[in-house]
Design a protein around this ligand. Structure first.
Ligand SMILES: NC(=[NH2+])NCCC[C@H](N)C(=O)O
Ligand SMILES: [Mn+2]
Ligand SMILES: [Mn+2]
Length: 325
């Protein structure tokens, strides 16, 4: 694949020449879908780590929309296989509406989670937007987990382990039909990267549905560069690229501030390359930053790292780049 490098910050999707690309920050402070409390503090930790300033320094116009206001976490045990289903539905409705509105207004929306169950609302909104605009969609799911459980398969009942399945039409109607179309997306639009923890029944379902998964074994064998080249294959000017970044994608040695840490994740350099290669496509059009849990972090270092990686995702590079053959 011929790799084209963008000069810093010039080629974000939808930016017209001479126009500042605008980004909308949408905070969704809930941990209702998670196993641990605390990711509800994620949006503020990202702000404290300087997300707005970092994006502004990339030449973007930043609109911080503040936080959505949804129900509290009742902290109850699963009922009929789902934990906090009512709250998760309500939060996802709010997220869907906010993401959809931001896209319609021409912003590149960044969802600040919150736990990963919220990707249901976010990605259904993105999918709806793409359908209406006749755009192709590609979803990059950067995560230690496949998040492809259903009520029947889940070991926990936690809905943050189920968003990909819900989006593909396997889940309660109020979640899987959020944007009026079931399924919201086909498995073929998804590329999962960094995966290293999949529950045994979930594993069978991943294979059955034909998800394209670049697990850690694959990254170990071919390296991050070839992995990303594979995952980016087929992207063109008509593609809306959505990145769903679960911070537990990163190795817990560098990113301890998440609830479900799994050792053996991408290193700092590998994660940087992953983000840089996405930036180089110029197709990034929406983003989720999920599962950051300040209650488990050390001096906000995971939030600072996330901001650093987001800068790379938006085109920050050490030098002006020329293509490497
Ligand atoms: N977004 C996440 N952190 N997901 C973790 C899921 C863990 C486990 N597979 C479960 O279903 O409970
Ligand atoms: Mn995860
Ligand atoms: Mn996840």
């Amino acid at each position: 694949m011929s790799t084209q490098f963008a000069s810093a910050g010039s080629s974000l999707a939808m930016a017209r020449p001479g126009e500042k690309k605008s980004v909308a920050l949408i905070g969704a402070p809930t941990d209702a879908g998670a196993a641990d409390r605390g990711s509800s503090m994620g949006p503020e930790a990202l702000r404290v780590a300087g997300l707005r300033e970092a994006l502004a320094a990339r030449g973007l116009q930043v609109h911080d929309r503040g936080n959505l206001n949804g129900p509290g976490n009742p902290w109850q045990l699963p009922v009929e296989g789902y934990r906090h289903l009512t709250e998760v539905i309500e939060w996802n409705r709010l997220v869907h509406d906010a993401m959809y509105a931001a896209l319609r207004e021409g912003h590149l929306p960044i969802l600040l989670g919150g736990d990963h169950c919220l990707a249901i609302g976010s990605i259904s909104a993105v999918a709806r937007h793409c359908r209406e605009r006749g755009k192709k969609l590609r979803v990059f799911w950067l995560d230690a987990h496949a998040d492809f459980n259903t009520r029947e398969l889940s070991p926990s009942g936690n809905i943050h382990g189920m968003p990909v399945a819900c989006l593909c039409g396997f889940g309660p109607a109020q979640l899987s039909e959020l944007s009026g179309q079931k399924p919201a997306i086909e498995p073929s639009v998804i590329r999962q990267i960094g995966i290293r923890s999949v529950d045994p029944p979930e594993k069978r379902f991943v294979h059955e549905q034909g998800l394209e998964v670049f697990d850690m074994r694959y990254i170990d064998e071919v390296g991050m560069r070839q992995t990303m080249e594979q995952a980016l294959l087929g992207l063109d000017e008509d593609t809306h690229l959505h990145v769903s970044f679960d911070v537990d994608f990163l190795d817990p040695e560098i990113a301890p501030g998440v609830g479900t840490t799994i050792p053996g994740g991408p290193s700092y350099r590998e994660a940087q390359l992953c983000m840089e290669m996405i930036a180089d496509t110029g197709r990034l059009s929406s983003l989720d930053v999920m599962e950051l849990n300040p209650a488990l972090d050390v001096r906000n270092k995971t939030a600072l790292l996330a901001v650093d990686l987001i800068e790379s995702l938006f085109g920050k590079s050490t030098l002006m780049r020329r293509a490497v053959p």
